[in-house]
Design a protein. Sequence first.
Length: 365
Amino acid sequence: MMRILLFSVLFLIGCDNSFNDSNKKNYSATEFEPHWIPYYPTSIDKPNANEFTIVAFPDTQSYHDNNNGQGYILAAQIDWVIDNLSSQNIRHITHVGDMTEDNLIEEWEWFNKQWSRFDGLISYGLSIGNHDYKMRDENDKWIDSLEDASLFQSYFPASRFQNLSWYGGTFKNNTASFQYVDTGFPDIKILSINLQCTPKDDELKWANNVISNHPDYRIMITTHQYLGPIDFPKEKSNISKIPKGRMNWNKCNGKKGNSPEEIFHKLIRKHPNIFLVVSGDQRHTESFVQTSSGNAGNIVHEIMNDIRSGFIRILRFNVVTDEIKAILYTNLPELNTCNKNNKDNISRGCLTDEAHSNFILKGWK
């Protein structure tokens, strides 16, 4: 018998402490994977004394005024994070890339104006996406290699961060970087690495060295392209039918760029302290989660978020239960195009695969 599972994606307004799990179903973890299960919150509760939060920004490329005046979305997202730094115990922010749509100066000006509001408040890392490179040459011809990130580097150079205590180091003027995350728990040390879209071998060598030099840190990695259609989709109409997972193809850095599958084997599986990979890029997949094993048998959670309706990904870490609640949240309910009349602002049936919208990751310490 074919079972159709209906899952909820979080679409909330406000930030109260209420929680109602009346929609929660008693699915066992083995119906999905041993290390993650779907999650059914109806609001963002405040973290308890054993929890802290990291926020991941999905692709924000559409959130500028050149795109039908959508710049207010990025501004509102950042408003919410800043307003809730304390109440949500937000300790770090990472961006999966595609900060711009066409790598235009006016787009970088807007993104920088908004993102700079985090300066002096919280640590953050930025990953370069395929839309953040120079895409056309002087003759307006498409550049296939997608590797010139000079505009990004002009707004976010390594020199901007070099005197900050949380900034750990850089590869090629902030093309990649790493940050020390102050979790608020002295015994919990996390190092966050941001890699560019499908990086070359020299960048992976740099990242391998960084991780090897920090054996007592838990490692999370953010990169742009990682989870999505495993094989290259020859037709867009078939994207939803292609099996999802680590991708076997790359968008950036030409033939020298490593595919996500190559990144896993050359970097991620080699280190026992890597526990999380965060990515974006795939708006047709929207949200996805899977777990893999490293060479040492360690759990590696792999998640993808590319929701273009004002969502951010809230990662709520619990140091006692050893779980991470991964929640999609927006403070812009007017963008709820699939269920506007739902008074509790829980939208249903919005994502391609609802099981992969909100979930609990088991085991990260």
